[in-house]
Design a protein around this ligand. Structure first.
Ligand SMILES: [Zn+2]
Length: 459
């Protein structure tokens, strides 16, 4: 998953606090370190050794598991602690693959898997091996203590999330759907806002934006560069991109975004809090004013607007030859209620002219998935657990501007809730970046939270 952060949070002091680890926290840290030392950067992924490492934790506690291979080297682990089946299963979903690294920009070896400055260090330490480690040790602990469960608790530590899930969640749903049958699921994708080391907002992801890739292709006359023809593909493309950039986009506040901004009022800067107030009001002028302020904050803007960004550019083949074609990839993130076909038509109307065309190269698979329910037993349980760990913290639903494996499960009717183990803004910014690390304090919080929450939901 990806994330951007509001300037405010980046300016806050680090949330790290040194506290001794509980036995469960220590087990999570050791499991995480072992996982981080295994290179699962995707491509190629190669998740099987990571499955085997997790399997040791489960086997030691007698939890039955299966390692399912989708294609050579690509594997997912599914473990199941049986309940009495009076309720449908609870799924704990994490992914074992990671994004790659620019090793020369790291200050320590990316596969270090060690502990320094109160954190487990290395690629995947947060995203998402921390969740895989916590889920595994919690499952093992439930088994060891012989806790009686009303439903199966299933751990799925899957391959290939970072490349769209073809060899992971999607493969499992297609070939072994019975393994993932569940009423509700815990996953990555939430956000915590901390201040002075304390969690102020615990945001739970219930919905995601839709991911699309578009190609803008411009054609030109070509020919010798010594006699420039005004009909130049690169210039046509550049002009089309500028027209798209200048296209006016209006904000739209979904019910999830509304609940999220309401919780942030008074915690964000006075300026942004006022912008949220305006945006949520019934007054047209105020909505307009709030929207203008939000435009200057890319993260919050992305929660209320369809966005696009050029990400790849190509054209020409020789320095002294005019290109006959130039292309740009536009990475698009749509709000869940945006009609992708209509959005495409709107962009075409702006971008296309005689020499420019716009095509969708990949888009959503079917209708947008429904948001996970915003009330019910999950919320009662979570609010109780968070109140115990972080008195005064606000639990609130949120929408991810990035994407995770949750969407495919939500399409199949599973209520998926995305969590985050508390991270400082600095540590959040390292996800998919350099020097990724998981603070032990966040891991301890995570293991306590998940243990209490799973017990509450499954007992
Ligand atoms: Zn992830």
């Amino acid at each position: 998953m990806t994330r951007l952060l509001a300037a405010l949070w980046l300016a806050l002091p680090s949330a790290a606090s040194a506290a001794p680890l509980s036995p469960l926290g220590r087990a999570a840290a050791e499991t995480l370190k072992a996982l981080v030392r295994i290179d699962t950067s995707n491509p190629p992924g190669n998740e099987r050794p990571a499955c085997e490492s997790l399997a040791e934790v489960l086997a030691a506690a007698g939890v039955p598991y299966e390692i399912v291979e989708s294609t050579p080297g690509r594997a997912s682990l599914v473990a199941r602690l049986k309940g009495d089946s009076s309720r449908r299963p609870l799924l704990l979903l994490a992914h074992l693959d990671t994004v790659g690294v620019e090793a020369e920009r790291w200050s320590f070896p990316p596969l270090a898997g060690d502990e320094k400055d109160g954190a487990v260090r290395g690629r995947g330490a947060v995203d998402d091996k921390s969740m895989a480690a916590v889920f595994a040790v919690v499952l093992a602990d439930l088994a060891k203590r012989g806790v009686r469960l009303k439903r199966d608790v299933v751990l799925a530590a899957v391959a290939d999330e970072e490349s769209g899930g073809r060899w992971g969640i999607k493969w499992l749903l297609e070939h072994r759907p019975e393994l993932l049958d569940a009423e509700l699921a815990l996953n990555e994708g939430g956000t915590t806002f901390t201040r002075g080391g304390k969690v102020r907002i615990f945001a739970v992801q219930v919905q995601e934006k839709e991911y699309l890739d578009l190609t803008v292709t411009a054609r030109g006359a070509g020919g010798h560069a010594s006699v420039p023809d005004p009909d130049n593909a690169v210039l046509r493309l550049a002009r089309a991109l500028v027209r798209l950039d200048e296209r006016r986009v209006e904000p739209r506040v979904s019910p999830v975004a509304r609940a999220y901004f309401e919780a942030l009022r008074g915690i964000e800067t006075p300026e942004l809090s006022a912008a949220f107030d305006d945006l949520l009001s019934d007054d047209e002028e105020r909505v307009e004013r709030g929207g203008e302020l939000l435009r200057e904050n890319p993260y919050y803007w992305a929660m209320v607007a369809d966005t696009w960004a050029p990400t790849l550019l190509s054209g020409g083949f020789r320095e002294n030859v005019l290109p006959s074609e130039a292309r740009a990839n536009l990475n698009v993130r749509l709000l869940p209620d945006t009609d992708s076909e209509r959005f495409l038509e709107d962009l075409r109307a702006v971008a296309e002219d005689a020499g420019v065309g716009l095509e969708m190269v990949s888009g959503p698979e079917g209708a947008p998935p429904p948001a996970a329910p915003l009330d019910g037993a999950f919320w009662t349980a979570l609010r109780g657990v968070v109140a115990g760990l972080s008195p005064g913290a606000v639990v609130v639903p949120s929408m991810s501007v990035g994407s995770t494996d949750a969407a495919v499960l939500r399409r199949r009717g599973v209520a998926v809730y995305g969590l985050e183990f508390p991270l400082s803004p600095d540590d959040q910014s390292r996800i998919h970046g350099h020097d990724e690390r998981m603070p032990l304090a966040g891991l301890e919080y995570g293991v306590t939270l998940v243990s209490r929450l799973v017990t509450e939901l499954a007992r």
